[in-house]
Design a binder for this molecule. Structure first.
Ligand code: G
Ligand code: G
Ligand code: MN
Ligand code: NA
Length: 254
């Protein structure tokens, strides 16, 4: 059982860590990583988001946690941007619905950009379909304000929600992330393959980059390339890695 004060202590004691799952572009160039949160709990060891994100969301602590994740990600980008070999790396950060809905979300992000002085075109924010349905004009306005700084947006878990095409077209998105549920059955199920083909075509039509999540084997990768999807992440390449291992992975993929 999790208690709200444990999350507060975790923030105060700096128990949250960023893991990095490499994101690649064909034929195997590392573009950067998706940032995935881990909690190094003093008694229970390393916890993944499934063990605390829902509670953090319900209790509202996700707002402060999400801000810390963003700050840590931008600090990492600032370090990389000072190193020629790593200056082009991009980070993709998950934003929770509750965090995005905060009245001061744009100001908080702007504050972190100012503090870290990064080139913000290296930063991608991952939104989900469910958070785009309410108060659409407000959502677009927030995205546009951040876009002015160079920040880009990805639509996460695409295909699992209810985006209408009209909405999709009006959102200032850069990337669609095909939910890994569709990639799972890509080789076994013709319907899944048709869905993936349709998402890729939709992305191309709208001028968006399409990234496949959850690529676990060479067969899936081959099928994706044949369908015209050239950006991917998944266990076939690497699982989410602590910083030192991610930087090692980079060295092996120059
Ligand atoms: O880390 P895993 O690899 O188990 O991630 C599980 C899910 O938890 C991800 O799909 C993502 O949606 C969510 N998640 C991971 N890190 C963060 C984060 O920093 N903020 C938010 N809001 N969600 C995250
Ligand atoms: O943000 P999102 O919900 O998409 O987070 C990605 C989640 O998917 C993380 O929990 C991560 O550990 C997991 N993941 C990443 N790559 C793979 C993969 O190839 N297979 C599976 N089963 N899970 C993956
Ligand atoms: Mn994600
Ligand atoms: Na996802």
């Amino acid at each position: 059982l999790l208690l709200a004060h444990e999350l507060r202590d975790a923030l105060a004691d700096d128990q949250f860590e960023l893991y990095f799952q490499p994101q690649l572009v064909h034929p195997g160039v590392v573009m950067g990583a998706e940032v995935l949160l881990r909690w190094r709990h003093p008694a229970r060891g390393l916890l993944g988001p499934y063990e605390f994100i829902d509670f953090a969301e319900e209790s509202g602590m996700i707002v402060a946690i999400g801000e810390q994740v963003l700050r840590k990600a931008c600090r990492q980008l600032a370090l990389w941007q000072q190193q020629p070999a790593r200056a082009q790396l991009e980070l993709s950060v998950n934003i929770s619905a509750r965090q995005f809905r905060q009245r001061d979300f744009v100001q908080v992000v702007q504050g972190i950009l100012k503090e870290t002085q990064i080139d913000a075109s290296a930063l991608k924010l991952e939104l989900t379909e469910s958070m785009l349905v309410d108060d659409f004009d407000h959502v677009v306005s927030k995205m546009q304000q951040l876009q002015l700084h160079g920040i880009r947006f990805a639509l996460d878990d695409f295909g699992t929600g209810y985006s209408s095409l009209v909405y999709l077209k009006r959102l200032p998105l850069y990337q669609l992330k095909i939910d890994r549920g569709f990639i799972d059955d890509l080789l076994r199920d013709e319907n899944e393959q048709a869905i993936v083909r349709t998402i890729i075509l939709l992305g191309q039509t709208l001028g968006l980059e399409v990234l496949a999540e959850g690529v676990e084997n060479a067969g899936q990768l081959k099928a994706l390339l044949q369908l015209g999807c050239y950006h991917y992440q998944g266990f076939h390449f690497a699982k989410p890695l602590p910083l030192a291992e991610f930087e090692q992975f980079l060295q092996q993929h120059l």
